[in-house]
Design a protein around this ligand. Structure first.
Ligand code: AMP
Length: 522
């Protein structure tokens, strides 16, 4: 790999420091940590130290395994400035899961919190890595007191110009490292500014969600616009907190998972004014129509939905605020159940498994083409060839395009149910189930069946854990769905099992239920 490419995302910081040196750049809760001029000086100092004193080389992988804190952002920017590849590791992962990512990415350094270093060092040893190969540093202290860097510079495997090596959430198998380049991120920023919102000094982005995922990448659009990145640490998401933080830092935008919106709506405090809360961007998992309507009733035109995946970060389709408002005003259920239309910088299509283009209304695999699409999986040429075919990213999601270009997600291809020769998409049935007033969450899976091939099985968590009769849910499904799609079994859970990004683990539900006896209607 050559030296860092011609464009490096840390240049957004340099530019903001020239244009708005005295504006707030980085805060933690109420506290201002740095103006743009201060942050630029700090990041340059750290980057120089990493390269000159520690011998970090362009293309070296450095993992960040920590909860949200302002330092996380300082390190991301310094690592990018030094030409290193940031490997974000969700702080809620088990140390063994983190050790898998460290070993797979051949990271030279992992920055983590002091309370984890012992357990991590042991897990890393068990994963076959020695301290010579990987150094573990305390993210909260300056690098002068870190151990010497592990390993030697190894640039062989990286595609050119990689900035972010993001491990997929692994809902269907071992996580794979997705190589996202500086150029991919630049395009992601442009798409944000074009389709989600313009950004200016005096505004802020509140990082309630983990920096190791989408919220961390949205940092860049706000850096580019000269707005303040506010890292939220140890505070619960709620309208009251948003209003308090906005009073300090200006009108706030935030990115949340759909499940976090429901938490937000349960806030006892009043909904913040538009001057306090500009935009709530949500995505990363299904948002069903009933809770979406509740969210729109509370937040009006401040909601934006995005559909993306690690392989085209935060950027496949977008339901812009005006589109969502329009769909609400017309009570257009089909539109509300969609994830909007392609971001301005990408093309979206739907294809058969053999790569044949499908027409609007036909269901198939969603494909994406554009400058946000990954350079490939890390050290996985077969998986890369499988995902990047004919110039298109094959997302593994099944969907259908409407005549106006709006895309509706039906399922992950691996989760689609084939029962009696019919394709059944879990999303459609889940949408119906969560519209029942007694249902809080629902996940629909297929289980092997001698007669039908697979049968539809519903896994349900009820509102406040109150019992809901399976026969009643069956009647509700029959009122809304074709007969062959209705679940043949119901299982009730206090909570559905989820991964650390809040996505329901259908694989785990299947494993748990395989052996179970039928629980409801014949
Ligand atoms: P990840 O790569 O971990 O961000 O997961 C990406 C996957 O999450 C996508 O391939 C979709 O299956 C799902 N996803 C992302 N955004 C949405 C959305 N707005 N609605 C439904 N599912 C989504």
């Amino acid at each position: 790999m050559s030296a860092p490419g011609p464009f490096n995302v840390s240049s957004y910081l340099r530019r903001a420091a020239q244009r708005h040196p005295q504006q707030r750049a980085l805060c933690e809760n109420e506290r201002c940590i740095a103006t743009f001029a201060e942050l630029e000086a700090r990041v340059q100092e750290l980057a120089d130290y990493l390269r000159v004193r520690l011998g970090l080389c362009p293309g070296d992988r450095v993992a960040l395994f920590a909860e949200n804190r302002a330092r996380y952002i300082e390190w991301m920017l310094a690592l990018w400035r030094a030409g290193a590849i940031v490997v974000p590791v969700n702080a809620r992962l088990h140390v063994r899961e983190a050790a898998y990512i460290l070993a797979d990415s051949q990271a030279r350094l992992c920055l983590t919190e002091s309370h984890r270093t012992g357990a991590l060092a042991a897990a890393v040893r068990d994963a076959g890595l020695t301290p010579d190969a990987l150094a573990v540093g305390d993210i909260d202290v300056d690098p002068e007191v870190w151990p010497a860097l592990g390993g030697t510079a190894d640039k062989a495997a990286a595609a050119d110009d990689v900035a972010w090596l993001f491990y997929t959430s692994g809902t269907t198998g071992k996580p794979k490292g997705v190589q996202i380049t500086h150029e991919n991120l630049r395009q992601m920023v442009l798409n944000y500014l074009a389709d989600i919102e313009p950004v200016a000094p005096g505004q802020c982005l509140l990082h309630f969600a983990p920096l190791s995922h989408g919220s961390g990448l949205y940092l860049l659009a706000h850096l580019a616009g000269g707005s303040n990145n506010v890292v939220v640490r140890g505070l619960d998401l709620g309208f009251g907190q948003i209003a308090r933080l906005a009073a300090q830092h200006g009108a706030a935008s935030l990115f949340v998972a759909p499940t976090m919106i429901q938490r937000l709506l349960r806030s006892p405090e009043p909904v913040p004014t538009p001057g306090q809360l500009r935009t709530v961007i949500f995505g990363g998992g299904p948002m069903h129509v009933a809770p979406l309507k509740d969210a729109a009733a509370a937040l009006g035109n401040r909601l934006v939905q995005i559909y993306g995946q690690g392989e085209s970060p935060m950027t496949i389709t977008c339901m812009r605020r005006s589109e969502l408002q329009d769909a609400i005003a017309r009570d257009d259920h089909a539109r509300l159940a969609s994830v909007g239309s392609a971001f301005v910088g990408v093309e979206v299509g739907v294809r058969t498994a053999d790569g044949i283009r499908l027409s609007p209304g036909e269901a198939g695999e969603i494909v994406v083409r554009g400058a946000t699409v990954m350079a490939g999986y890390w050290n996985q040429p077969d998986a890369t060839r499988q995902a990047l075919r004919d110039g298109w990213l094959h997302t593994g999601d099944i969907g259908v395009l409407g005549g106006a270009g709006d895309l509706t997600l039906l399922d992950r291809s691996k989760d689609m149910i084939i029962s009696g020769g019919m394709n059944i998409y879990s999303r459609e049935i889940e949408d119906v189930l969560v519209a029942h007033p007694g249902v809080r969450e629902a996940a629909v899976i297929g289980l092997d069946d001698a007669q039908w091939g697979e049968i539809v099985v519903a896994c349900v968590a009820t509102v406040d854990g109150k019992a809901v009769d399976a026969c009643e849910l069956d009647r509700h499904c029959l009122d809304h769905l074709a007969r062959f799609k209705r679940p043949k079994r119901y299982h009730f859970f206090d909570e559905l099992p989820k991964n650390h990004y809040g996505k329901v683990l259908k694989r785990e539900l299947k494993a748990r239920l395989c052996a179970d006896a039928p629980a409801a209607p014949a």
